[in-house]
Structures are given as C-alpha cells and as structure tokens.
Design a protein around this ligand. Structure first.
Ligand code: CA
Length: 229
C-alpha cells in the first residue's frame, strides 16, 4: 500500500527507528514524533492513514491521545494501533474500549506489525463500500460509519461497529469467535490472540444498544448470532 502515511508516536528512539525503517521499506510514508504533544498535533494536522501509538509517552500518554483523537470528529476515523510495553490486560482493555483498532505488546516483530497495519487499512477501505443495514430500531450505516438507535447516533468503538456489522450482515447465522476474530480483527490463525477479546467487545456493544441487545444471541460454546426478527 504505497503512498499511505503512517504516524508513529514513540519515545524510544530505537523502536521508532526500527518501525520507520520497516514501514518505509514497505513503501509507506512515515511521520514520527517522540513526545505526546507533538504526536497529537501531527495526527490532527496531517491526518495520517493510521497512527501507531506508544502507551507510555512523555507529556501526554497514549491512552489520552487515543481518547482525544476518537472524540474529535476530524480524527475519529483514523485507525490506531497501540504499542504497549506493559502488556497488562487492563491497558489493552482500556485501549480497545477507547477505540484503538489493535494493539501489540513489546517486544514485537516488525513483520507482524506490518501485517496488522495492512489488515487495519484493508478493513478501513472495505467500509466505504456498503449500505444501511436495519433491524428493529437499529440502523447501521456503513458508508457513514454510524449506528443509529431509534434514529439517534450511538457511539461505538471501531471494533464494536465492525463486529455488529459482521453479525448483521450474516443475520440468522451463527458466527464462531474464531471467524469473528478473523473478520473483525483480520488475524489469520497463526497469530495468537484470545477469543475472549470477542466476548469483551460483544459485552461492550450490548451495553450501548439497550433492548436491541437481545438480538445478539450467545450460542453456547460456539459464538454469536444476530437475529433480525
Ligand atoms: Ca514509551
């Protein structure tokens, strides 16, 4: 995917250089920032195709940057991949809830990072080719990347939106957690990720859609099904 701009916000110079080198080798244009403030400014000004964001940063931390970008209409659509040195479950959960599209725990392989970047960018592109899906008082407008409940927009994270869209598109069919991981997170089976991630996001999604959450049915030991009727 040449000509796409990736912004890397990371205060460890070695990691920043390693990521930059590998991304440029793949044909990406790379912007870098060593501090939180500069990174945030750059993200808002340059509108990169994707931001790679370290969690522990001087000035403003990664979680705060994530929150600010996702609250701003102009930057909400920019996908984020978080880098975390801590690797604690709590940080990952917070990051994903704030709308990060993915995360990687340090140390990571540049190859895997690039694979994930491409998966995220591919999903963003796929979104532009879609219609409005309806069920009860829910309307999922893929082109606008908006979910409406009784006509009012519901704020979903990127993953929650994608998850609901996948379930609605397959309405009436049971989708396994593995299938959802692959479709929504874009991972192939060789990459380790816990299927519990899916449950976590379904939980978050259900909370936001009130009574309509009954349409997302848990199919024991398999996965989930969306019921239109
Ligand atoms: Ca750091």
């Amino acid at each position: 995917m040449p000509n796409e701009t990736i912004l890397v916000i990371e205060d460890e110079k070695n990691i920043l250089e390693l990521v930059k080198y590998n991304l440029e080798k793949e044909g990406f244009r790379v912007l870098t920032a060593l501090k939180g403030n500069a990174g945030l400014d750059m993200a808002l000004k340059e509108k990169p195709s994707l931001v790679i964001l370290d969690l522990m940063l001087p000035e403003i931390g990664g979680l705060d940057i994530c929150r600010i970008l996702k609250q701003n209409d102009k930057s909400r659509g920019i996908p984020l991949i978080m880098l975390t040195a801590k690797g604690t479950e709590a940080d990952k959960v917070v990051g994903l809830e704030l709308g990060a599209d993915d995360y990687m725990t340090k140390p990571f392989s540049p190859r895997e990072l690039i694979a994930r970047i491409k998966a995220v960018l591919r999903r963003v592109k796929d979104k532009s080719s879609a219609k409005v899906l309806k069920a009860g008082t829910l309307e999922l407008d893929a082109a606008k990347h908006e979910l409406r409940l009784k006509g009012k927009p519901v704020e979903l994270t990127a993953k929650e939106f994608e998850l609901l869209k996948t379930l609605m598109e397959a309405s009436g069919r049971v989708l396994s957690r593995e299938f959802l991981l692959e479709r929504v997170w874009g991972y192939d089976h060789s990459v380790h990720i816990e299927t519990r991630t899916v449950d976590m996001h379904v939980g978050g999604l259900r909370k936001k859609i009130g009574k309509e959450s009954e349409r997302i049915v848990t199919v024991k030991s398999v996965g989930y099904r969306f019921d239109e009727e």
